[in-house]
Design a protein around this ligand. Structure first.
Ligand SMILES: *Cc1c(COP(=O)(O)O)cnc(C)c1O
Length: 310
C-alpha cells in the first residue's frame, strides 16, 4: 500500500487572509491514500496493530451506507490480507461507497436502525462463531484511535496558533487534542461538528481525556445536520476549488472550512495568527452529491468525477 506520509502542509493564499493578516495552512491528509481517507487511516493504524497482536484476521465494523470508515476498513483489510465485514445501518441499498467496499472484498450485512444501536449484540449475532473476528466500533471510535491522530502533530515543522478539524464522532478531534496536551503545544483546537447539537462532542472527548479552555467547539455550521447541505455550502466548495485548487467534501471538510472563513471574516483571529486546518479527506462524499452539484456547476461536477474516478 502506498501511503503518502507524512502528509504535506501547504499555505493557502487568499485575499481575505492577506487583508486580515492571517497565515493559513492546510495539512493534506486527503493525500495519504485515495480510498483510506486521511483521518480514517490515522484512526485505524493502532486498531489494526491491536488486531494483529491478538492474531485476529477478520475486521468487523459498523457504519451508514455512505461511511468513509467502511471504505477505509475495506481498503486496509485488503492491503493487509485480512477479511473484512461490515454491518450497515438501514435497509439494503447500493451506492458507490458500498460497491467499492464489495470490490475490495468486504462482506456486508444490512440491519434495521433499531438493531443497529446495539453493536456488541450484532457482533454476537453474526460473528460469535468466528474466533478470528475483531470488533471495531463505528467510525473506529475508541481509545486506540487517538494516538494515530495525535501523531500528525509530530509531522509539523512549525507551530500554529489555531488548528481546525471537522468532527463526526469527535474521535479524531480527541486524538489531536490529546497530542496538543501531551506535547505542551500552545495551539488552540477548533472543532466544527457536522452534526446538529454539536455540543455533544465535548462529552465524547471527555470520555477519553479532560478538556479545558484550549478547545473551542463551533456548533452552528452543521447546515441542518449530517450530510445536509444548501446552495451556499455547495457554491462555497465550488469557489474554493476554483481559487485554491483544493477539493473539499460536502459532509465534513466543506463545512469546517466554511466555518473557518466565516470566523476569520468576523475577526475571531488576531492579525498575525497562524492557522492550520486538517484536510481529513472524504472526497468520495462529493460523488454522493453529484446531482446537486450538477444543478449549480456542471463543469465542476465533471471535473471532480474525473479526478475521483482516476
Ligand atoms: C470520518 C470523517 C471525519 C470525522 O472523524 P471523527 O473522528 O468521527 O470525528 C472528518 N472528516 C472526514 C473526511 C471523515 O471521513
Amino acid at each position: 500500500m502506498q501511503l503518502q506520509l507524512p502528509s504535506p502542509v501547504q499555505q493557502i493564499h487568499l485575499p481575505m487572509f492577506q487583508q486580515k493578516g492571517l497565515e493559513v495552512f492546510v495539512k493534506r491528509d486527503d493525500l495519504i491514500h485515495p480510498l483510506i481517507s486521511g483521518n480514517k487511516w490515522r484512526k485505524l493504524k493502532y486498531i489494526l496493530q491491536e488486531a494483529q497482536k491478538a492474531d485476529k484476521n477478520h475486521l468487523v465494523t459498523f457504519g451508514g451506507a455512505f461511511s468513509n470508515h467502511l471504505l477505509a476498513t475495506a481498503a486496509v483489510a485488503q492491503t493487509y490480507g485480512l477479511k473484512a465485514s461490515a454491518v450497515v445501518r438501514g435497509e439494503k441499498v447500493a451506492n458507490h461507497v458500498l460497491s467499492q467496499c464489495k470490490k475490495l472484498g468486504m462482506q456486508l450485512f444490512f440491519t434495521d436502525r433499531e438493531s443497529y444501536r446495539d453493536k456488541p449484540a450484532l457482533f454476537q449475532k453474526y460473528f460469535s462463531g468466528d474466533e478470528q473476528a475483531f470488533f471495531i466500533d463505528e467510525g473506529g471510535a475508541s481509545l486506540r484511535a487517538l494516538p494515530g491522530c495525535a501523531e500528525m502533530l509530530d509531522e509539523l515543522d512549525q507551530s500554529f496558533d489555531h488548528i481546525f478539524c471537522a468532527a463526526g464522532t469527535g474521535t479524531t478531534a480527541a486524538g489531536i487534542y490529546s497530542g496538543i496536551k501531551d506535547k505542551f503545544l500552545d495551539s488552540r483546537l477548533h472543532i466544527v461538528p457536522v452534526l446538529k447539537h454539536g455540543e455533544f462532542i465535548k462529552t465524547e472527548i471527555e470520555k477519553y481525556l479532560p478538556i479545558d479552555t484550549q478547545l473551542s467547539v463551533h456548533t452552528s455550521f452543521h447546515f441542518g445536520g449530517y450530510a445536509k447541505v444548501n446552495d451556499e455550502l455547495l457554491r462555497f466548495i465550488i469557489s474554493y476549488h476554483r481559487q485554491t485548487g483544493i477539493l473539499l467534501d460536502p459532509i465534513y471538510t466543506g463545512k469546517m472550512v466554511f466555518a473557518l472563513h466565516q470566523l476569520a471574516e468576523n475577526d475571531l483571529f488576531k492579525s498575525g495568527s497562524k492557522i492550520l486546518w486538517i484536510h481529513s479527506g472524504g472526497l468520495q462524499g462529493l460523488l454522493g452529491m453529484q446531482a446537486k452539484f450538477e444543478l449549480i456547476d456542471p463543469d465542476f461536477t465533471q471535473n471532480f468525477t474525473r479526478i475521483l474516478s482516476e
